[in-house]
Design a protein around this ligand. Structure first.
Ligand code: OAD
Length: 247
C-alpha cells in the first residue's frame, strides 16, 4: 500500500497542505539546531556570544552573536528537503509553509507561500519607529546597524518568550484549521504556539505526518511518523505522493 492510501488521502492539486518546519530541516545544510545532538550550544563560541546578547536586543553584543550566526548560515545552501517543499508549493494550489527557522533557507530554495513565525536573521527592526529593514549582507559595516531614523536596529527575530506577530499567527492558525494534510518536519515540538498547529489541524480532520529521526511530544497524535532525516525522507515522500496522484 502506498503512503497516500495508508493515509486515506486522494492527492490532487486541490488538496489543502500545510507544512511546519523546525531547525532539523536545516541541519543537513550545516545549520546547528537548538536542542540535543548537533545543537548550537555544543559550539563554545556560540555559547559565549549568546550569553552576552540580550534585551533590548539592539546592542552591539546582540549583533555580534547574530553576525556569527549570519556568517555561518551565509555559507550554507538549502538541501533537498527545502527544495521538495518549494516544489510542493508549485503543485498544490492551497499550500502554506510555516517555519520556525530564521535562517532564510526556505526562501532561498524558492518557497514563497511562507510564514516565518520567528522572523528572520536577515532583517532588522527598529524598536523606536517600528521600521523593518532588509540586511542581506554579512559582515555588516557597523554594529549595531542603524535604522534610517538614526536609532540602532534589533534583529527581526522573535526572542524566547516574546509574542509572535498576530497577523502571522492568525494566518498560520487559519491555514492549520482547514488543512487536509499537515507535515511536521524537523521540530522538537516543544515551543508554543508552533507546536499547537499540528494539533489544531488534526482536530479539524487533517492527516498528519511527522518527519524526524527522533520521537517528539507530537508523535502519539500523528497519522504517520517517519523516523529519518528530512533531506532523505521528504523528497521520497513527495515523489510517492505525486506518483499516487498521477497513477
Ligand atoms: P530544536 O533544536 O528544538 O529541534 C530540532 C529537531 O530536529 C529535533 O526534534 C531533532 O530530532 C530533529 N532533527 C535532527 N536532525 C534532523 C534531520 N536531519 N531531519 C529532520 N529532523 C531532524 O529546533 P526547533 O524545534 O526548530 O525559537 O526549535 C523551536 C524553536 O526553539 C526555535 O525556532 C527557536 C528555539 O528557541 C526561537 O528562537 C524563538
Amino acid at each position: 500500500m502506498g503512503i497516500a492510501e495508508e493515509l486515506g488521502l486522494r492527492v490532487s492539486p486541490g488538496l489543502r497542505v500545510v507544512a511546519l518546519t523546525g531547525a532539523g530541516i536545516s541541519l543537513e545544510s550545516g545549520v546547528p539546531i537548538f536542542r540535543g545532538k548537533g545543537s548550537m550550544w555544543e559550539i563554545p563560541e556560540a555559547r559565549r556570544l549568546a550569553e552576552r546578547a540580550g534585551p533590548p536586543w539592539n546592542t552591539r553584543e546582540t549583533w555580534e552573536y547574530y553576525e556569527w550566526r549570519r556568517g555561518l548560515v551565509s555559507r550554507c545552501k538549502p538541501n533537498r528537503a527545502h527544495y521538495a517543499l518549494a516544489e510542493m508549493e508549485r503543485y498544490f494550489e492551497d499550500f502554506l509553509l510555516i517555519t520556525q527557522n530564521v535562517d532564510g533557507l526556505h526562501a532561498k530554495a524558492g518557497s514563497r507561500r511562507l510564514l516565518e513565525l520567528h522572523g528572520s536573521m536577515w532583517r532588522g527592526r527598529c524598536i523606536e519607529c517600528g521600521r523593518v529593514i532588509d540586511l542581506p549582507e554579512t559582515p555588516l559595516k557597523a554594529l549595531p546597524p542603524l535604522c534610517p531614523c538614526g536609532r540602532p536596529l534589533r534583529p527581526d527575530v522573535v526572542q524566547f518568550g516574546e509574542p509572535i506577530d498576530p497577523v502571522v499567527l492568525d494566518a498560520a492558525f487559519k491555514a492549520s484549521k482547514k488543512a487536509e494534510l499537515f507535515l511536521v518536519i524537523g521540530t522538537s515540538a516543544v515551543v508554543h504556539p508552533a507546536a499547537q498547529m499540528p494539533l489544531i489541524a488534526i482536530e479539524g480532520g487533517a492527516r498528519a505526518v511527522e518527519i524526524n529521526p527522533n520521537a517528539t511530544p507530537l508523535t502519539p497524535f500523528m497519522s504517520l511518523s517517519i523516523r529519518g532525516r528530512a533531506a532523505e525522507v521528504l523528497p521520497r515522500l513527495w515523489e510517492e505522493l505525486l506518483s499516487s496522484a498521477l497513477g
